[in-house]
Structures are given as structure tokens and as C-alpha cells.
Design a protein around this ligand. Sequence first.
Ligand code: PLP
Length: 407
Amino acid sequence: MIRINENYTKLKASYLFSDIARRVNTFAAAHPGQPVIRLGIGDVTEPLPPVCVEALHAASDEMGQRATFKGYGPEQGYAFLREAIAQHDFAARGCAIDPDEIFVSDGAKCDCGNIQEIFAHDLRLAIPDPVYPVYVDTNVMAGRTGPNVDGRYEGITYLDCTPANGYIPAIPTAASDLIYLCFPNNPTGAVATKAQLAAWVDYARRHRAIILFDAAYESFIRDPRIPHSIYEIDGAREVAIEFRSFSKTAGFTGTRCAFTVIPKSLKAWDAAGHEHSLHAMWNRRHTTKFNGVAYPIQRAAAAIYTDAGRQQTRALTSFYLENAALIRKAMLQLGFTCSGGDNAPYIWVNVGRDSWEFFDLLLNRAQVVCTPGAGFGKCGEGHVRISAFNSRDNVVAALERIAQALK
Ligand SMILES: *Cc1c(COP(=O)(O)O)cnc(C)c1O
């Protein structure tokens, strides 16, 4: 008899987006003349930058010619893309990352979900709350946690992100082995300073731990004091893996391209105390289970590192940041405190009441959809996430309606 991986039965079903859809559909059916504006989405709305579209066309033509056709490429990604990444994302910021420490993939979601399989089963996990659910759920599936009790899994050290700590979690007093961090943060929009990241790197070095650093929103940073990469911190090459994605940077959510950085200096140990290279292990995993990103997609990704590409992606992220600034200003004017929106496309609003109650209020009185914070973890209660991924017209109209409704 075939049996299942029973760890899957521990997963707390995520009703967040289906609950939102149900409430929005019910409202829409009852009020057909009142169009709803969705500021709840974590997906981009603007089309691909022209440089990417041109590169896609040119690479598709190459695929149609015998002389330039490509079959399987290197699993880790083509050298032209890895070299462009190493130069523009790392060397330009003073980080020593070699092109062959970069693994190109079809998504940061897959990579930050899959990375846990190269680590031991009985590690001590430290994961922020509120959080992007992938970090938690993939460890539950792998059997690293106990059951979910009152909204939290046994066996995880939760790093509380609250108004009191400015949504930057404190360093735990106890030891951990695998630490998940995400800056700029989804959902809180918080960013970490060099000193705050340096404290995490120091903690990881003391405990011989690994930090998994999700920098999917790095391209939204505008404050020059905020680090874009964890490798801007001394010593991070010994303790950190970084995830990046073209999804939010260049509108690739439907195009699919991302990368993970695993320095060759990263070590981890077996039960007998022998040292192993995480780069070698991930290379083994990646080449066994992945066959590379499509050539035209890698060409489109490389195009963002040209002068025109950098201008176009900067304009794209700036457009969303202008939306974010409008949302942030409107929320502050209504008397709420919020984080994010200045170096991130999300505004995390402290609504001071039940997050679903506030969701219903905005939906019913303003016909605007936000994301209730409770869906991202216990510490998300009392907050909602408002996304800047939308047209300017929709953002402006939504903010007018919210101001009317909450007057
Ligand atoms: C959107 C997002 C990603 C990117 O995922 P892709 O699979 O590359 O599209 C990664 N991490 C977080 C926190 C995100 O919100």
C-alpha cells in the first residue's frame, strides 16, 4: 500500500487568498455597480521592459536557426548571465562573488523552498513572523517541525517582528542553525541596516549557523545607507546564502528567472564533525534535479544589465515606489503608523484592530482589497499589507475611496 509523507498533514491550510477571493466575490455579487480595486496582490502589473522583449525576440530567432540553435545549456546558467550578475549586482557594490558561485534558476520561491534539503533533519530553525510562508511550509513538509498549535509549529524559533522592534527581529538568545531573513521584507516592507545585518552575521559565525537571505526586493532600495546584499557585510561569505529574483526587479513573475548565490567558502558539518562545501552540495543537487533556464529567458535577464536595461528597470521600480509613497502618505494622514513603502513595494499598516475586521471595512466601505496581516503569521495580526503593484489610476482612486470611507 502506497503511503503518504504524513508531514503534509501537519500543514495548516492557507485560507488567506481563497478567503480573500470568497469575500471579494460575495461583495461583488451583492454590489454589481461598485468595482473593486485590488491592492492586495503580490504580483507585478506593468509589462516587461523593452530591452527584455527585444532580447526575447532575438534569442527566439537564434533558436530557429541551425547555426545558433541551443539545446541543454549549463544547469547553473549561461556564463554571459552569471558574469553580468557578478559584475553589476556584486562587484559594483564591493562584494567578491565569482560568477561560478551564482546558480541561475527559474525562481527564488523554488530555491528558498528547495535549499533546506541539503541540511540535516534535526536542525534548529529560526524564522521571522510575519513571514513569506514558503520558508515555514517547506520545513514542515520535510518533517523538521512538530504539529501546529495555536498558529505556530512546534520546533521553530519564531523571530517576532513587531511595532516595538520596528519589524526588525531581535537576535535570539538561544542558538539556531538555519536562519531565514528577508530584506526588504515581504510583508512588512522593513529594511535592515548594515549594523543590524552585521549582528546577524556575527551571531551566525558564533553558532556556526547559516543565514538564508532573501533579497527578492533589493532593487527597491533607494536609501544609499541600506545594504543591497548580505555580502556587503564582512564575514558573510562564511555564513550566508543569498536569493535574488528578476520577478519584482524586471517584471519577470510570469517569465521566470532568478538566482542563488552560494559562496565556495560556505561550510557545514556532518555528524562526525567533517567539513563539507555547501557550494559542492548545491551544485550536485541543482545538476541532478534541474536542467537550466530557457536560453531566451536568460538573454532577457542579461538585457537588464545593459545601460538601457538598468534605466528601464530603475524606472519600473521607481514607478511602483511612487505608488508606495502615495499609499504611505495617505495612511499616515489617516493617523495610522506604517512601515515600508520607501525602500519596498509594500506598506505594512498598523490598523490597531483585528486585521480581517479592517479588511472587511475597506472592502465594504471603500471597495478596496488589502491583505490581512494575520495571514502572514501571529505577529501579523493588527496589521494589513497594502501593495504598490498597480496602475497609478487605481492607486489614486483607491486612496480617495479609503479617505472618504475612514473620514
Ligand atoms: C516574490 C518573492 C520572491 C520571488 O519569487 P520568484 O519565484 O522568483 O518569482 C521571493 N521571495 C519573496 C519574499 C517574494 O515575495
